[in-house]
Design a protein around this ligand. Sequence first.
Ligand code: E4P
Length: 215
Amino acid sequence: MKLFIDTAAIEEIREANAMGVLDGVTTNPSLVAKTGRDFKAVVKDILKEIPDRPVSLETTALDAKGMIEQSKQLADMGPNVICKVPSTVEGLKAIKALTGMGIKTNSTLCFSPNQALLVAKAGATFVSPFVGRLDDISQVGMDIIADIVQIFENYDYETEVLVASVRNPLHVREAALLGADICTIPFSVIKQLMQHPLTDIGIDKFLKDWEKVPK
Ligand code: E4P
């Protein structure tokens, strides 16, 4: 499974990249706003750090024409830019047109297998089902991942399932068990994936014992 980082903070992207397991980046308007920085400056920094793996940048227009215009501008910023459009009817039209132009898309804010089916038919490069936000309203988010993976397998859709709105390590483990293509993960959760108290206790004991060894 590919691992993306879900952030617009360049320090987090640099640190995750240094870990050697980073396959891409996803951003959204809220994450960019959190940086307090100019959008173009943020994108420039991200693309400099990650020039060779997918970087998702989000459009904000509500109509297909606007989404297409914004996507063309975003795609001009780098060859690895993926344009995020919402999982709506207008988004579908934009995906179809952008795919025809060779511009890659990520259908974001997907909350149902039917939305995923339609965006796959339209030719989306990625679909982003938001599992955490479903959990927030007492619907098990990972259930739609199982359904979408199965549907895409049934019909050989090339659209990749990008598990988004990830809140904890269990989401990541389950995404991998279900065969999702990608998981986009906040930096705090990426760090949690490698944490284990027995590893820390073990290191501590080895170091203490090592001090007793004559050298
Ligand atoms: C994905 O591309 C989104 O940026 C993200 O996963 C949203 O997560 P949230 O529901 O925690 O805001």
